[in-house]
Design a protein around this ligand. Sequence first.
Ligand code: NAD
Length: 280
Amino acid sequence: VGQKNTFERNQIFTKNFSGELSRFLKKKKYSNHFILVDDHTVNYCLPVLLREVAALESSSIIEIFSGEAFKNIETAEHVWEQLTERHADRRSVLINLGGGMVCDLGGFVAGTYKRGIDFIHIPTTLLSQSDAAYGGKQAIDFLNYKNQVGIFKDPAGIFVSTVFLDSLPAEQVNNGFAEVVKHGLLAGGELWKKIHTIRNLEDVKWKELVRDSIKVKLAVVEKDPFETGLRKILNFGHTIGHAIETNLMNKGEETLHGFCIAAGMIGELFLSHTVCGLSR
Ligand SMILES: NC(=O)c1ccc[n+]([C@@H]2O[C@H](COP(=O)([O-])OP(=O)(O)OC[C@H]3O[C@@H](n4cnc5c(N)ncnc54)[C@H](O)[C@@H]3O)[C@@H](O)[C@H]2O)c1
């Protein structure tokens, strides 16, 4: 009795995007709103956000280049510089509007600027809505190592609207779907059954599946926030997947993380069966 549910405890809002975000901002009374976007979300997502939430009308916009190659210290420095030049104080908030790249980099920058200001994630890709935005890991890549420098810090709030997925290219939907499948396999039961019946990704009603996916991730993260044991199960598919991803990247071939993880899961399940003797 009186226990907050998982979504409330983690300050995750998925029901009524504009209403929930407007109420949240009103309550927090931040001195300034800064919105971090990349060169795609500035066109596809920012107009939607500004239309939905009047309180953000006069926000200060900081734009960065999109893509993993820019999730680095130079981009972080640019954002710190912009915050400084525009006089962001300790009661300012940085709103990260984008996929996992923008959320990771923005979370890291805000979490370290003036020893940490509040930040909000508004994930706009399927991968970030179903996985990357939750769990408090914020990082940038460094010296060719992925997520080499970062912090564990939770956003003040995470606001999810699948409306943003409308502009997402099909390839990026496929990419994010790999993590949804991963959560389905980890959870089993009803979620796996639901995923198993999907034939065409264009027909999927994402709202419900995204919520289910978040629940699986949070159930694990809440038990092991700093990945000392159980949280490692979220790396399912990633041992082989990262090997494939690194190999392709070293050869200069383009690839998407989710595709490599999907191949990784198949490989690891195959080994579970043939080497460890788990049931088919
Ligand atoms: N912190 C974590 O726990 C965690 C977990 C998993 C992955 N990640 C990180 O997430 C990143 C990958 O995230 P991602 O797959 O979201 O990639 P991303 O952020 O690079 O976005 C992919 C592409 O989609 C574009 N885009 C974003 N939203 C859009 C929209 N609504 N419409 C049109 N285009 C849009 C982006 O500009 C980009 O070009 C990686 O850096 C990875 O390390 C972090």
